[in-house]
Design a protein around this ligand. Structure first.
Ligand code: SAH
Length: 468
């Protein structure tokens, strides 16, 4: 694999990768040797090459005796010649700091999108050119694909299942490396290593910021985590937690339906939207503001509900707001509709007059994204400054996490905390006391007798005796 930049001075690529352009360095892997060298290093253009030499003997030995594949495949395979998932593993190891986006001497550059070209001369690609495009194009890459002939000497034999792939685009190096780390094994025919329960965490960490909104998130997740087992389901459930577009992915596919028909449930995301919508209607709210609206899935429900005469969404992330605007077709709304709907950027930890004047505010899966020391600021902003008649808050129930197969940490890498039912109730109580609200708590999703529901909801209403 080669990585090229024309960002000047191009040799800064050496800093970003933490590998000096003048040197040739080798890194031992359990299955062979990875070498990093720079075939070109000028101020205008610099290319780093990661050369992986797979040692078939070591590879066969490292598979372990319990490996299900004890056939000839161990000895006769393409691993030494193709950019397999092994390359993804070696890349993650050799460029781990670069993938994490850290660069003490050039941090600003590491944080910037720079012109990059990535070339993979021989890539096994399940699904061929079409799949390669579907995976890389939505990430903003310009994709050039050339199918490699089975044998140049015998054109009538047709194509092989290998591609020559060239990606070019403007992106952060760390993002590019994370994408490849996930997508190389996804493209490969066979992932070579055993999947432990932390595979789901690894996937979500590498996929942070791009996987949940990728139109092929389902395909990527299923292929990355393999068939059978509940890992892909667990990962998809957690991706849906991000409030993105993978809900339909949670609907069991035909083959799974045969296995576990009783598992066919309403996706949690949908259950949450239903429950909050029902609460707002019960409250008789006419105007609603969705605080931390993300890419606008729930906002879309609000806009489609005629009972709401005014609907606003706010988020700190401009990217989420762009997605929300696209989802709501804000550009193409009639003038009357457009007057009803407002989207704006804002941070919930700073007082903002635009948050005020609504019957109800929604904080759906937002509080757990706020650093605990900033939570008091959010409380003041929402319950004291904006002070709507009602506030509906949802947040994960940490106790339920034991029911997610493969989940070792919190449900999402950006969560700063997850509350048990007692902790949430305690927090709600404090808020009521401090700001003159009363609260009703409800569970959302399946109600497990031991650990409760996956999501918890608090419906706050401003007390009659309050000081306003
Ligand atoms: N409410 C949406 C999104 C939840 S994800 C849903 O349920 O689908 C959490 C969202 O909160 C993210 O979009 C994030 O950008 C936003 N957020 C986190 N901290 C914030 C803050 N301090 N101010 C405003 N938005 C914030």
């Amino acid at each position: 694999m080669t990585v090229t930049t024309t960002h000047q001075p191009a040799t800064d690529l050496g800093y970003l990768l933490h590998k000096h352009p003048d040197r040739v360095q080798q890194f031992s892997q359990s299955f062979g040797t990875a070498t990093v060298l720079y075939p070109e290093a000028t101020p205008e253009r610099c290319t780093a090459a990661l050369l992986l030499e797979v040692d078939p003997v070591r590879l066969a030995r490292s598979r372990g005796r319990k490996s299900p594949d004890f056939s000839l495949g161990q000895y006769v395979n393409d691993r030494s010649y193709a950019a397999s998932s092994l390359l993804g593993v070696a890349m993650a190891d050799v460029f781990s700091t670069a993938r994490a986006g850290r660069c003490a001497s050039r941090q600003e550059l590491a944080d910037s999108a720079i012109p990059l070209e990535i070339a993979l001369p021989v890539l096994p690609c399940r699904g061929g050119e079409d799949v390669a495009r579907r995976l890389f194009e939505p990430l903003g890459w310009l994709v050039e694909v050339e199918t490699i002939a089975l044998d140049d000497g015998f054109p009538e034999w047709g194509d092989s299942r290998y591609l020559r792939l060239r990606l070019s685009g403007l992106t952060r190096l760390s993002d590019a490396l994370s994408q490849l780390h996930v997508l190389l094994p996804v493209l490969d025919e066979s992932k070579h290593y055993w999947q432990g329960p932390d595979e789901v965490d690894k996937l979500l960490r590498s996929g942070e910021g791009w996987l949940a909104t990728h139109p092929e998130a389902t395909l990527i997740t299923r292929r990355y985590l393999g068939r059978g087992g509940g890992l892909a389901r667990a990962a998809l459930a957690r991706l849906a937690e991000l409030g993105d577009d993978v809900e339909e992915a949670l609907e069991p596919k035909a083959e799974e339906e045969a296995l576990q028909p009783e598992e066919r449930r309403v996706p949690l995301n949908t259950a949450r939207h239903d429950a909050v919508l029902a609460a707002l209607l019960e409250l008789g709210a006419g105007s609603v503001i969705d605080l931390g609206c993300g890419p606008g899935q729930f906002l879309d429900r609000l806009v489609r509900t005629p009972a709401f005469t005014r609907v606003s969404g706010c988020d700190v992330s401009t990217r989420s707001l762009q997605l929300a605007a696209r989802r709501l077709r804000l550009e193409r709304m009639s003038e009357r509709q457009a007057e009803r709907v407002t989207l704006f950027q804002g941070a919930l930890t700073y007082e903002d007059a635009r948050f005020a004047g609504y019957d109800a505010a929604v904080l759906m899966e937002v509080v757990e994204h706020v650093d605990p020391p900033r939570l008091a600021a959010l409380e003041r902003v929402v319950f004291s400054a904006a002070r709507p008649a009602a506030v509906v808050v949802t947040t994960p129930n940490a106790e339920y996490n034991v029911r997610y197969e493969g989940l070792t940490g919190m449900r999402h890498p950006d969560h700063r905390f997850e509350w048990t039912r007692a902790e949430f109730a305690g927090w709600a109580e404090t808020v009521c006391d401090a700001h003159g609200y009363t609260v009703v708590l409800r569970g959302i999703g399946e109600d497990d007798p031991e650990v409760g529901s996956p999501t918890q909801m608090a419906i706050f209403t401003r007390g009659e005796t309050s000081d306003d």
